[in-house]
Design a protein around this ligand. Structure first.
Ligand SMILES: Cc1ncc(COP(=O)(O)O)c(C=O)c1O
Length: 415
């Protein structure tokens, strides 16, 4: 095996090698956006309606409401479910801050629960342990390249009469036993921000099979204008907001939706290849294959590093891989560790109906989430996962090269 590139050896990828870039623009994007520009109607028009219909069909939900982004969609879901002061919502400790903030945005209480080490998603046993008489909902996040354990979570929700808000920001098109992520729980929430596999730069959508919820969510995105089919501007009778997705964004999403099923297969095939190539390589464990996941839309390919015998930390492996030409990424920080959760919500705009100081998120500890985030988690982003099969094969070679050289890794650590 040649020397590691980080120590002056030749890298697996030739200099100047380019990975796929994102977002991708096709002639179809241009065509559909031009149609909107020429049509002269830039919000709540036919592109928006068409996207809602096609996205609902893609997810397998009865309804989809296009919205401004994947933060507001989670907030809309909490609001439409009628969550409020005193209500508790169980959220994974490892996710993007938007999932942790959403219950607080309606003055409900976020209750964090730990995740499973082999999927990085909500641990059903931890959910069960976190349930109190005030629990109203579970907010599982299908994180990066795996889905939350939906069989167990549905059973818990059923037993305790809880709603499920699926955060599908990372899973456009994944399926659990043939059912689309976002159609399994009570409400699904999607982000179409620039890094996501379906994107309009900013954007989002809420999905549901429940007509009453659908009508409420759609109303909230549009100052309650369509409540009870009431289109009279002078007849607004509840607080709504403006969370609309524009026509231009809808056109971009319609173009993206046309190539998403094929892209999804490319990423899934590449992920399977990496999983298999690295299955018995010491020092790395791709996350557990979930047989219930019948289609996996992949935001990041993810693995746990097992470096106890190597005597080096994750950043050394990351540096060595970068020198070989493989750009890896680390997982999120556990949400409750972020500075925003250090503030007493009572002293910000949020009260949650609790006395000041009751909520002290930063004092909490979820060992699995912390281990994944700070020590063992590593990923490849979805754009990289769109690479041709031969580049994925080389990426696997680079992992093997780096993890077969513990002595050299220790030298990098010392340098
Ligand atoms: C898991 C998760 N939920 C929600 C969001 C929020 O989406 P947006 O950036 O569109 O507001 C993100 C964004 O990265 C996310 O990763």
């Amino acid at each position: 095996m040649p020397a590691l590139a980080a120590l002056g050896g030749t890298s697996v990828f030739p200099e100047g090698h380019a990975w796929p870039t994102w977002p991708r623009v096709s002639p179809r994007h241009e065509e559909l956006v031009l149609d909107v520009l020429r049509g002269g109607w830039w919000f709540w028009g036919s592109a928006n309606d068409e996207f809602a219909e096609k996205f609902a069909a893609f997810v397998g939900a009865r309804y989809a409401v296009p919205a401004a982004n994947g933060t507001v969609t989670l907030e809309l879901a909490c609001k439409a479910l009628g969550l409020g002061p005193g209500d508790e919502v169980i959220v994974p400790a490892l996710t993007w801050c938007a999932s942790g903030q959403a219950p607080l945005s309606v003055n409900a209480i976020t209750v964090f629960a730990d995740v499973l080490e082999d999927t990085w998603c909500l641990d059903p046993a931890a959910v069960e342990a976190a349930i109190t008489p005030r629990t109203r909902a579970i907010l599982p996040v299908h994180l990066y390249g795996r889905m939350a354990e939906m069989d167990a979570l549905l059973a818990i929700a059923d037993r305790h009469g809880l709603a499920i808000v699926e955060d599908c920001a990372h899973q456009h098109g994944s399926q659990w036993r043939g059912k689309g992520a976002g159609s399994i729980g009570t409400v699904g929430s999607f982000s179409m921000q620039q890094s996501k596999v379906l994107t309009s730069g900013e954007g989002g959508a809420v999905t549901t099979n429940d007509e009453a919820l659908y009508r409420r969510i759609r109303s909230y995105t549009h100052v309650w204008l369509i409540a009870e089919d009431n289109l009279e501007v002078n007849n607004l009778h509840q607080f709504g907001s403006n969370a609309r997705l524009t026509e231009i964004q809808s056109a971009l999403l319609l173009a993206g939706l046309e190539t998403l099923p094929d892209d999804l297969l490319v990423r899934e095939r590449n992920a399977r290849h990496l999983d298999q190539a690295l299955a018995s390589v010491p020092g790395i464990e791709p996350l557990r294959h979930q047989p219930e996941v019948t289609r996996q839309s992949l935001y990041h390919w993810t693995a746990n590093l097992r470096l106890a015998d190597f005597g080096v930390s994750r950043d050394v492996v990351q540096r060595a891989l970068a020198a070989e030409g493989v750009p890896t990424i680390l997982p999120y920080e556990p949400v409750y560790k972020s500075r925003m959760f250090g503030y007493d919500p009572v002293r910000t705009s949020i009260s949650c109906g609790l006395p000041a100081g009751t909520l002290n998120y930063r004092a909490q500890s979820f060992p699995v989430a912390e281990k994944i985030s700070y020590e063992i988690g590593l990923g490849l982003t979805q754009d990289v996962m769109l690479a041709p099969a031969e580049d994925i094969e080389r990426a696997a070679e680079a992992f093997v090269k780096v993890l077969s050289a513990p002595d050299e890794l220790r030298k990098i650590a010392e340098s």
